[in-house]
Design a protein around this ligand. Structure first.
Ligand code: DGJ
Length: 355
């Protein structure tokens, strides 16, 4: 009898494990972690470290207050990209009223990269100081010795204070005003992204100048600050949600227009060098729902380890009235010569890239 009971228990355990084993991406549906809780990592980014993927994103809470940072940056890990283990809060907001990351600040789009020289994990995020709406427009920086944290807040800053862009000759009379306004204090940082090139150099890509123009700025060797070298790109094109990836020596860009939390048509571009020239390629989305990026906004483009030409578009389907309910839209990127396309899939898996 005892044996029968333990056999039944074992069977039940295997059945549960099997049931929880996710084998497909289902864009826009509730995506549960291995404990059965909806993944809470919005505006996220990915770090592949020692054959494990780490997903960092904004931890949201229920209700309107969830559009401000009440908890911090959440981290999950996965070996297969379908099943995610909750690794807890990597960076906690602070209860100290003099901290830049005081609870109630706005902390968006965290991204983490690893610095092999310093052996530190470095997180950058868009930071708005508590109670100041979106006027602070700063970059926040935190570091950790362990990938999952805890991350220690280092500082917040405006970008590249006092520096002129490499493409200074292209400054138009109009944008000169905004650009010059922030020249000494530092340029605005809103939606943001990090990109590490093959040579280990890291770049910060962010919406600046009241969201009108993006900047791509080189980071120092420690990844903790700016070298002062940068370019202004897509002048006056009002782009947000930037993500950059590289394939066969070409640099690709995905972003969105500027319509708050509401989805709009995605943008794309390509360049032979991170410094440009960046040539716009139009909306990469095709088919029904393409005009609103399938109700999502880009947050990261993920190269899949061990697969050739396999890149995943990671987007957010925001729900600002109840931010914790935000969904994730992950879709495969398909290349067409030197362009790429994103097409809706109800359900898909990595076999898509083997076709
Ligand atoms: C759109 C941005 O992409 C988000 O990260 C967030 O800043 C919202 N705007 C705020 O309205």
């Amino acid at each position: 009898m005892k044996r029968l009971i333990s056999l039944c228990a074992m069977f039940a355990m295997f059945a549960l494990m099997y049931a929880q084993n996710i084998r497909n991406f289902t864009p826009g549906q509730i995506w549960k972690d291995t404990k059965g809780v909806h993944i809470n990592a919005h505006g996220g980014g990915m770090l592949l470290h020692k054959n494990t993927y780490y997903w960092f994103g904004e931890h949201k809470v229920e209700g309107g207050i969830g559009n401000t940072a009440q908890v911090g940056v959440h981290c999950y890990s996965s070996k297969d990209l379908y099943n995610w283990v909750d690794e807890g809060i990597a960076l906690q907001v602070s209860d100290d009223s003099i901290s830049d990351i005081q609870r109630g600040c706005i902390l968006e789009r965290p991204k983490v990269i690893y610095n092999s020289r310093t052996k530190k994990f470095v997180m950058w995020f868009h930071l708005e100081l508590k109670g100041k709406g979106y006027t602070s427009a700063r970059a926040g920086i935190a570091v950790a010795d362990k990938v999952t944290g805890p991350y220690t807040f280092v500082c917040s800053t405006r970008a590249t204070p006092g520096s002129y862009p490499v493409n200074v000759k292209e400054l138009s009379t109009d944008t000169k005003k905004l650009f010059v306004r922030d020249l000494n204090g530092g340029q605005m940082v809103r939606d943001q992204q990090l990109f590490v090139d093959d040579d280990g150099k890291a770049y910060h890509i962010f919406a600046s100048e009241d969201n009108s123009t993006l900047h791509i700025a080189e980071l120092t060797d420690t990844y903790l600050g700016y070298t002062g070298k940068y370019v202004r790109v897509f002048e006056n094109r009002y782009m947000e949600a930037p993500a950059i990836f590289k394939k066969d020596g070409l640099y690709y860009f995905v972003g969105s227009g500027c319509t708050g939390w509401a989805p709009n048509a995605a943008r794309s571009a390509a360049a032979p060098s991170i410094w440009g020239p960046w040539v716009e390629l139009g909306n990469p989305c095709v088919g029904e729902g393409a005009d609103k990026t399938f109700q999502s906004q880009s947050t990261y483009i993920l190269p899949v380890q061990g697969m050739k030409n396999a890149f995943i578009y990671m987007g957010d389907r925001w729900t600002p009235s109840n931010p914790i309910d935000g969904r994730y839209v992950w879709l495969p990127i398909q290349f067409e010569e030197n362009k790429f396309e994103i097409e809706w899939q109800d359900e898909w898996n990595l076999d898509f890239f083997r076709r």
